[in-house]
Design a protein around this ligand. Structure first.
Ligand code: ADP
Length: 347
């Protein structure tokens, strides 16, 4: 039997930016394979290239050179629309700032990605409810983000990332806006989702304590992988849906901080493999209905940062961006921070 393709396979990825006429080589040749069901942390100091790598892995950006296969599909030959379809089908995103619609219930926030897939309302609500139950928030369906703790908001964001049943969950500093207790709660949730459902998780962090929750630590420095260590093998549980598993905790346990697992050094750092895998053709694209207004009046935009016509801008709303109301923007690769960086190469 043919083994399943890697969830993500990067071969010699580079990414250069032009900044004020100066070329910055953010990634200098990264080869990396994330298997189905892995739980890996990308760790490194600020400016080492973590976010750049994550945005490439998430198909939010294209490399200057190199190859990326997502669930067996080579991205380089895809048009922007095809790439967006691949991303929407395969990858869920969690960002530091939650990016929830502020005036919209948890249920609607989670159901939103399904609008863009053309899923009917009743099914959307049912799947959103199941996703919220899977993150232990079945009792908060009608709460708005402002009525929730930071940890709960991030769990809503995780439910939203999982509702489309992705192969991979990419989390960029998911605990960065949380205190220690809420951060531990979110990490425990990711751990449970990974081992319970088999969704691969790649998280980016600069905090060793957070990286220690993952079963593999990929250390990035100066645009290169300098060390890649595994502390335990990938999860072997493989339900067909990441959301088939009920949470192993009840709502009353939600606030119990879970200590991070003790990291166990792996005597054998992994070498980045470059083995070729069969390419699987993408499944039929899902229709993307027009952007609209949520049931509670929050304006929503296309969930695809590349479809929004906003360049690198994101797609889901940033709660910090209160001046923009709730007008939807997708969680972006660079958010609006990319605005002062111009002339990116390698497009
Ligand atoms: P990290 O996430 O580890 O902090 P980044 O991937 O954000 O690192 O950045 C890696 C390098 O690339 C840094 O030198 C950063 O300044 C530069 N960089 C990142 N994004 C851009 C951009 N859009 N334009 C220009 N330079 C960038």
């Amino acid at each position: 039997m043919t083994p399943p393709p890697a969830a993500l396979e990067a071969v010699d990825l580079t990414r250069r930016y032009q900044l004020d006429g100066v070329s910055v080589e953010a990634l200098r040749g990264v080869t990396l394979r994330i298997e189905q069901g892995e739980f890996a942390a990308i760790i490194g100091p600020s400016g080492s290239g973590k976010s750049t790598l994550m945005h490439l892995l998430g198909c939010l950006d294209r490399p200057s050179s190199g190859h990326l296969r997502v669930n067996g599909v080579e991205m380089s030959g895809l048009s922007d629309t095809e790439l967006a379809e691949l991303r929407n089908r395969t990858i869920g995103f969690v960002f530091q700032s939650f990016h929830l619609l502020a005036r919209t219930s948890a249920l609607e926030n989670v159901a939103l990605p399904l609008v863009y897939r053309g899923v009917g309302k009743a099914e959307r609500r049912e799947r959103a409810r199941a996703a919220l139950e899977a993150v232990g928030l079945g009792h908060r369906l009608d709460h708005r983000p402002s009525q929730m703790s930071g940890g709960e908001q991030q769990r809503v964001a995780i439910a939203r990332a999982l509702v489309g049943e992705p192969k991979v969950l990419l989390a960029d500093e998911p605990t960065g806006n949380l205190d220690t207790r809420n951060g531990a709660e979110v990490m425990a949730m990711l751990d449970r989702l990974n081992s319970g459902s088999g969704v691969a998780i790649v998280l980016v962090t600069h905090e060793p304590d957070i990286a220690a929750h993952a079963r593999r630590q990929i250390h990035v420095r100066d645009g290169l992988i300098e060390l890649d260590t595994a502390t335990s093998p990938p999860s072997t549980t493989r339900p067909t849906s990441p959301l088939q598993q009920s949470p192993r905790h009840s709502a009353t346990e939600d606030h119990a901080p879970t200590p991070p697992p003790s990291p166990q050094p792996d005597p054998e750092p992994r070498l980045s493999g470059t083995s070729d895998r069969p390419t699987t053709p993408p499944s039929s694209p899902q229709p993307d209905p027009s952007p609209g207004v949520s049931e509670t009046g929050d304006h929503v935009a296309s969930p695809d940062p590349r479809d929004s016509g906003a360049g690198d801008r994101g797609v889901l709303p940033d709660p910090r961006d209160s001046g923009a109301g709730d007008r939807g923007v997708l969680p972006g690769s660079r958010g609006s921070g990319g605005g002062d960086r111009t002339g990116e190469e390698g497009r």
